[in-house]
Design a binder for this molecule. Sequence first.
Ligand SMILES: NC(=O)C1=CN([C@@H]2O[C@H](COP(=O)(O)OP(=O)(O)OC[C@H]3O[C@@H](n4cnc5c(N)ncnc54)[C@H](O)[C@@H]3O)[C@@H](O)[C@H]2O)C=CC1
Ligand SMILES: O=C(O)/C=C/C=C(\O)C(=O)O
Length: 480
Amino acid sequence: MTTIKNYINGDFQNPIKGNWIDNYNPSNGEIYGQLPDSTKEDVENAYIAAKSAFPSWSQTSLEERSRILIKISELLETNLQRFAEAESKDNGKPVSLAKAVDIPRAASNFRFFGNAITQFASESHESIGQQAVNYTLRQPIGVVGCISPWNLPLYLFTWKIAPALAAGNCVVAKPSEVTPLTAFLLGDICNEAGLPKGVLNIVHGLGESTGQAIVEHPDIKAISFTGGTTTGAHIARVAAPMFKKLSLELGGKNPNIIFADCDYEEMLSTTVRSSFANQGQICLCGSRIFIEASIYEKFKTDFIKKVKALKVGHPSESDTNIGALVSKSHLDKVKEYIQIAKDENGIVLCGGNEVKVKGYENGYYLEPTVIEVQSNDCRVNQEEIFGPVVTMMPFQNEDDVLKMANKVKYGLSATLWTNNLKRTMHLTNQLQAGIVWVNTWMLRDLRTPFGGVKASGVGREGGFEALRFFTEAKNVCIKY
Ligand SMILES: NC(=O)C1=CN([C@@H]2O[C@H](COP(=O)(O)OP(=O)(O)OC[C@H]3O[C@@H](n4cnc5c(N)ncnc54)[C@H](O)[C@@H]3O)[C@@H](O)[C@H]2O)C=CC1
Ligand SMILES: O=C(O)/C=C/C=C(\O)C(=O)O
């Protein structure tokens, strides 16, 4: 059994009240370890450690902060295989995916922000005619909270922690209780890299207790959260009266818009990826596919053929394309949506069933599922499923598809496939989304603003946006 502990003040600690939560391996449905069911007392200890580390860390030179973050990045790379296996065991994703994407990206997050902080600058304004100069300081906030989800565990955990630390804050962080293992392993790496005690504190536990205690803590002044929209709305309600800074990266129901003039083969293979990567459990997945009517039947045939060829299998097998879903309750939720689609006269073109993987019959496997829908108004086109399920339907023209793409409560990302420049300019301007990809998907440059509009959240992560979030601007005006 693996026993995960809280990482507070550089030490590994049991939860004060001694309560634990079982941790499941989604690939076989078995309990393989336990994690702390931390309470507000554990959060308070983490806060105290962070608070006492803050004066020194906030005054640590940028070069030194940068050196430590880059060292953490290097150690993650050295431990790539171990971390990839741990991520896969906790989440159900293929080891190959964790090795190619999750852990390298976690390492990149530390390297990127280790470098970015040395280039971060603030503004100055010469107030001509008033004999004054204004300059803006960007000061760390103090102790900040970072709360992350289960779909890209270490990838998203570090996407928050790295800029927070780079900017000079101390952190109380909580990974998802469903996937705590790599965050636990990160503690050792931080110690080895020389991160001073208390600068980063990782408290494990449930959202409604441990997460809630972080959000409610009156002296944790900023919260960076990624997760479901309902949780995000709840966090906003708790945090807003305390005037906390909030960055909320929430759900998506992203349109993937395909015009007949696109580069067809490139579009086809990328659409398979944007539909089913990570078992469809990425907020950026293109879960609503809209195809220009003139190529609808061809696309349908070719897409289904490719989807049927995807192998659902044990995460450790190198030819597995689709591993296990993250939990039994999530599998049940996704299956319910497939039933809802059928009840709404959607046609399941392929998939729709659980898969029993030989030797791992209790794992949470589901076939990649494609549903043909008649209207964008049906529930499976309006609600986030967050699994290996996409819908498809034809459209007649640009106006028609633009209306459907925007007619949804979410606004995270959109993908557009076309070689027509005027259409590209028109649609990219009009699509209600924080991120629009044209002729590609999930091409990430960590300097770019990342986040959504409408029910997909508030604020932007990435690049200097993240460093701005994790600092307070103080303007100084000097008259001479
Ligand atoms: N990035 C995204 O877009 C994600 C979206 N989701 C969506 O949300 C649905 C629900 O998934 P969950 O695992 O329940 O996500 P969630 O939003 O409840 O969990 C995300 C994180 O928030 C924490 N949390 C939960 N309640 C909290 C509270 N009251 N205060 C502070 N922290 C809290 C959780 O412990 C976890 O660390 C999924 O089915 C999916 O549709 C889930 C994960 C990621
Ligand atoms: O930053 C990225 O590259 C991806 C972020 C993905 C999410 O926030 C998500 O799936 O929740």
